[in-house]
Design a protein around this ligand. Structure first.
Ligand code: FES
Ligand code: FES
Length: 164
């Protein structure tokens, strides 16, 4: 008789998401991407490849850009996650969101949340990046629609406005 593997129990995992402390009940190896989208309803984080290649699922974990499709939720325990929903404040778009809107940096929008979070990380480290530095900062994020020119312009525009 074949031994049956018991399903792994769910755990209560405490973390902070977009500034709010919370506890989620999830299997420890469940992808952070799925917990964000399905448990917490934060559908701004997108799934593209599901394999760590496209950056569509990018979020900030303790201030560092990560592919949430590769991160087991247990790895985020005790950490602070920022998704695209966490950028706008008091009903005002973040400067990067506004710049993407005005420069046409978003078309289908699948890559956009990840691009903006990658740009956010870049501008925190380097508030006035040149084009090459913007390209490098976004190199882990793929876009199949825009040809990248408007995205680069949006990030440069946000940098000119000054991003906190
Ligand atoms: S969906 Fe995570 S990197 Fe593509
Ligand atoms: S806007 Fe469609 S993938 Fe970038």
């Amino acid at each position: 008789m074949k031994a049956q593997t018991a399903p792994r129990a769910k755990l209560e995992i405490a973390l902070k998401v977009n500034g709010r402390s919370m506890t989620v009940c999830a299997h420890p190896m469940e992808r952070l991407l799925d917990v964000l989208r399905h448990e917490l309803g934060l559908t701004g984080t997108k799934e593209g490849c599901g394999e760590g290649e496209c950056g569509s699922c990018s979020v900030l974990l303790d201030g560092t850009l990560v592919n949430s499709c590769l991160i087991p939720v247990l790895q985020a325990a005790g950490g602070e996650v920022t998704t695209i929903e966490g950028l706008a404040a008091d009903g005002q778009l973040h400067a990067l969101q506004q710049a993407f809107l005005e420069c046409g940096g978003a078309q289908c929008g699948i890559c956009t949340p990840g691009m903006i979070l990658a740009a956010c990380q870049l501008l925190r480290k380097k508030p006035r990046p040149n084009t090459k530095e913007i390209q490098e900062g976004l190199s882990g994020n793929l876009c199949r629609c825009t040809g990248y020119a408007q995205i680069l312009e949006a990030v440069a525009d946000a940098a000119r406005r000054g991003v906190e």
